[in-house]
Design a protein around this ligand. Structure first.
Ligand code: HEM
Ligand SMILES: CC(C)=CCC/C(C)=C/CC/C(C)=C/COP(=O)(O)OP(=O)(O)O
Length: 300
């Protein structure tokens, strides 16, 4: 389809899709938890909201760069063959302009309403995902997701830095939580999309080391994730509500990983991938709930 034939409103929809809005919404949710864990005060709310908008814009800009860099690979994978740059509903120039406007706009918001540390950390995250992971690591090594996952784990740190101008050990715990979660989140998907990655020539773990080894590694990560997820309670960052939710969801994650270890069925792998998204939303939701409760009973 020619880009000329699209109406303005459908072009806006395509630009919206280019920014991977579902992934970004969870990223922003995790950043919100980081921000409110740092400063559970209503007076910080305007700064928190402007910072979250800034983080969202940069994350969407990074997603657009990822789609731009990967448009040839995306064209050979079934999961990604309907993306705007593959279908031709957007041109590379439009995607590039969109990425530049979103990223620079987001960084300007962070510089103006948060602080330089938050701005630089967000820029580093953008570079880590859009350039280091997408351009270099992804086509080079099956450890791409383990190293590149550091960029994906940054959102709570960015939220924390935006409201306090610092990154204490508590923020590092939240980083570690997403960092340990990312490989099983991705490998579960890579297991039932193995053919796609093979066709695109990407060295994902199921392609290079086989599905059995990948399933075994997922169980290992699920055990590590369980331990890491208990840390916020152990170091006194959160209370019993968090602990109950963390135990429930980590048990679910571990149980589904063991089920996957014993089964080569794609539906089991897909089940774990979908569960991983619910998992992160609930675990960070539990942290948030703890803080919002504190803000409600202690409003000043
Ligand atoms: C570098 C690290 C990561 C990799 C390689 C990765 C990989 C993926 C892939 C390949 C998909 C499928 C997307 C699609 O079908 O279009 C996906 C979906 C998703 N990811 Fe991740 N992910 C990473 C980090 C994250 C992070 C940090 C979050 C949130 C905090 C996240 C949240 C999601 C969500 C919500 C979806 C579902 C999107 C949808 O339904 O369209 N991911 N991820
Ligand atoms: C603030 C800021 C800049 C945040 C960026 C955070 C970040 C690193 C997000 C990564 C999440 C994501 C879309 C992974 C997709 O992996 P992929 O690109 O391998 O998947 P694909 O095959 O679907 O393109």
């Amino acid at each position: 389809m020619s880009t000329q034939t699209l109406t303005t409103s459908s072009r806006v929809v395509e630009l919206w899709r280019l920014g991977k809005p579902k992934v970004v919404s969870l990223i922003v949710f995790c950043a919100t938890a980081g921000a409110l864990m740092a400063t559970p005060q209503w007076s910080a709310l305007p700064r928190v909201l402007c910072s979250l908008l800034g983080i969202a814009l940069v994350a969407m800009g990074a997603a657009a760069v990822n789609c731009l860099v990967e448009r040839d690979r995306d064209a050979v994978m079934r999961r990604t063959e309907r993306r705007p740059l593959v279908k031709g509903t957007l041109t590379p120039l439009e995607a590039g302009l969109y990425a530049a406007i979103m990223t620079l706009g987001g960084l300007a918001l962070l510089q103006s309403f948060a602080n330089p540390l938050a701005m630089w950390l967000t820029l580093g995250t953008f570079f880590g995902y859009a350039v280091v992971y997408t351009r270099w690591l992804k086509p080079a090594t099956p450890q791409n997701i383990v190293i590149g996952g550091a960029a994906g784990a940054m959102p709570p740190v960015l939220g924390w830095a935006a409201v306090t101008g610092s990154v204490p050990a508590e923020a590092a715990v939240l980083f570690l939580l997403i960092y340990t979660w990312t490989p099983p989140h991705f490998w579960a998907l890579a297991l039932y999309r193995q053919l796609d990655y093979q066709k695109a020539g990407l060295p994902m773990l199921p392609v290079t080391h086989g599905p059995a080894f990948t399933r075994q590694t997922i169980v290992l990560y699920a055990v590590m994730l369980y331990a890491v997820a208990l840390l916020p309670f152990v170091i006194g960052m959160s209370g019993w509500v968090y602990l109950a939710i963390a135990v429930w969801f980590n048990s679910g994650f571990l149980w589904r990983s063991i089920k996957l270890y014993r089964s080569a069925d794609d539906t089991v792998a897909r089940g774990l991938f979908l569960y991983s998204i619910r998992y992160l939303a609930w675990v960070f939701g539990a942290l948030l709930l703890d803080r919002v409760w504190t803000m409600l009973i202690n409003p000043f």
